[in-house]
Design a protein around this ligand. Structure first.
Ligand code: FAD
Length: 498
């Protein structure tokens, strides 16, 4: 098992419970990857952005509930967005967008939308970029008001550089008529079943009182308990995969130090980064584990690096094309019992993209009752101003912006921490499908190596789907089928592993 995020853990958990011997290698000194909860100076818990569990897959939800059987309460989703100076429900609904506009602007948006709808029917255009897709779906006025600027801020590139499939996957709204109907529905009735599987309309969220990381910790304990031969190794950076012909025969790894320092609770990285690699100085002796099967969940480009000369130059070039947007989460411990009127609030004009309060998700025990934890999600690039700023500096900036909104006083800030990852979001650049196609073909050769998860399959999925991918990889190995037989005819779009 390469990678101890929720995907690798779900795969290991399932294989271990079926009596298979499991060794899991995780580079960090903790488990859970992005789905973890790390402790600050008083023991208060900070997530990589709040990680609330939702599940459309009953098997995954049942697994989460069984693992956290002593407490996994559900709450109705209460997420907002500040748009044009006012707070609205998130995702933004057509009626709210209309309400936020002057009559003149609303008329222009509607005219644009009508023109695009007609054009779509009479003379459909080829949709290459996310910009093309959104403009044809919603019209240029709506695109320029929200989607264009917000996407550029979050992803660091304009939508003209992102693939059309990015928008298609993440934006379920195709017809304004459907959006209006959905706007009028309430609660569960909003779910029509036509939402994209990776961008569902979630109405209920589960969150363990002590923090999201509880599930990962428990899965790791269950893997070890299932068989005394099972090992869950932290601080173990996979450095190479040895291949004989088309079969993986061993994995090499190095022990690496913790990535926490000066208010940074962790820096997730693969060890293959040119910039921002926290393990670059680790020189411990490489160790080798012989194996008969490998489940990978570390980022896909790093997997290709680890395979070295066992893969073609074409595959190496394809892997280099894939890129991730990095992530800096600023965690604030604030001296007041509650701060926000919602679980999370999206902003278009602040340093952070999203602001969240773990307590409002159900994290009643993440910190002392008279304090609260606020998490500010900032997307960035490795080495940029945000990436290099200290926890103190970012804490002060975020606290000042929060005070401006009236959510706290700057004097109430008790602690600032940062959690970083070189891989926060897979960036679907125009042309990435070609690179993926090359990699999918190449990886089909290695029958005893499977890859899945948000990073391992390069899909922008949540914890439930990442776990589903882990379970699917375990099922596959338990089935004894050949990879080509199991997934050879399934397009990437529908694959849960490769
Ligand atoms: C800001 C943010 C908020 C989110 N909020 C939610 C939410 O509310 N609900 C939800 O369901 N999902 C949420 N998600 C998505 C969720 O984080 C992911 O879907 C899920 O955690 C992915 O799990 P994974 O195991 O596939 O990957 P990861 O968690 O990234 O795990 C990969 C693991 O591989 C390890 N690794 C990397 N390289 C090596 C190496 N060379 N050797 C050994 N180990 C290595 C890493 O350290 C890491 O632990 C959020 C994501 C982000 C970025």
């Amino acid at each position: 098992m390469l990678g101890g995020g929720i995907c690798g853990l779900a795969a290991g958990f399932s294989l271990a419970e079926h009596g298979e011997q499991v060794t899991l290698l995780e580079a960090q000194h903790f488990l859970g990857g992005l789905a973890t909860t790390l402790r600050g100076e008083t023991g208060a818990g900070f997530d990589f952005g709040p990680h609330a569990y939702h599940a459309r897959n009953q098997r995954v939800l049942d697994m989460f509930k069984e693992i956290a059987s002593d407490g996994f309460p559900a709450r109705g989703k209460n997420v907002r967005i500040k748009f044009r100076g006012k707070y609205y429900k998130y995702p933004l609904e057509a009626l709210d967008i209309a309400k936020s506009m002057s009559p003149l602007l609303a008329a222009r948006a509607f005219a644009d939308y009508t023109v695009e709808s007609l054009r779509r029917r009479i003379r459909p255009r080829q949709l290459v970029s996310a910009e093309d897709w959104v403009v044809q779906a919603m019209g240029r006025t709506l695109y320029s008001l929200f989607f264009g600027p917000y996407t550029t801020k979050v992803w660091g590139v304009p939508p003209a550089n992102l693939a059309a499939s990015f928008a298609q996957h993440r934006i379920p709204h195709i017809s304004l008529a459907k959006v209006v109907v959905s706007s009028l529905r309430k609660g569960r009735a909003k779910i029509t079943g036509t939402e994209h599987r990776y961008a569902p309309l979630v109405v209920e969220l589960f969150y363990p009182p002590r923090g999201a990381g509880l599930i990962s910790q428990r899965m790791a304990e269950r893997i070890k308990k299932a068989n005394s031969g099972n090992e869950v190794c932290t601080g173990a950076l996979a450095t190479a995969i040895e291949v004989d012909g088309d079969r993986v025969v061993a994995v090499r790894y190095r022990e690496v130090p913790r990535t926490e320092q000066d208010g940074q609770l962790a820096l997730l990285a693969t060890g293959t980064e040119e910039k921002g690699n926290p393990f670059v100085a680790a020189r411990s002796q490489e160790q080798r584990i012989a194996c008969d099967r490998v489940v990978n969940s570390i980022p896909l480009p790093a997997l290709v690096d680890l395979l070295g000369d066992a893969v073609s130059d074409e595959a190496k070039a394809a892997a280099r094309f894939l890129r991730f947007r990095a992530l800096t989460i600023v965690g604030l411990r604030v001296k007041r019992p509650q701060a926000l009127p919602a679980q999370s609030i999206y902003f278009t004009n602040k340093t952070f993209n999203r602001l969240s309060e773990t307590r409002n998700y159900g994290g009643s025990e993440v910190c002392a009752p008279d304090e609260t934890i606020l998490l500010c999600d900032i997307t960035c690039d490795v080495g940029d101003r945000i990436w290099n700023a200290s926890a103190d500096e970012l804490g002060r900036i975020c606290a000042a912006e929060l005070a401006e909104e009236g959510f706290m006083k700057e004097s109430e800030l008790a602690e600032s921490v940062v959690l970083r990852s070189t891989f926060g979001y897979p960036v679907y650049m125009v042309g990435y499908e070609r690179a993926i196609d090359t990699l999918m073909k190449e990886l089909l050769r290695f029958d005893n190596l499977v890859t899945g998860g948000r990073q391992g399959l390069y899909k922008y999925v949540d914890m439930d789907i990442a776990s589903e991918m882990g379970l699917a990889m375990a099922d596959h190995f338990l089935s004894g089928k050949r990879k080509a037989e199991a997934i050879g005819n399934i397009p990437y779009e529908d694959r849960v592993f490769a």
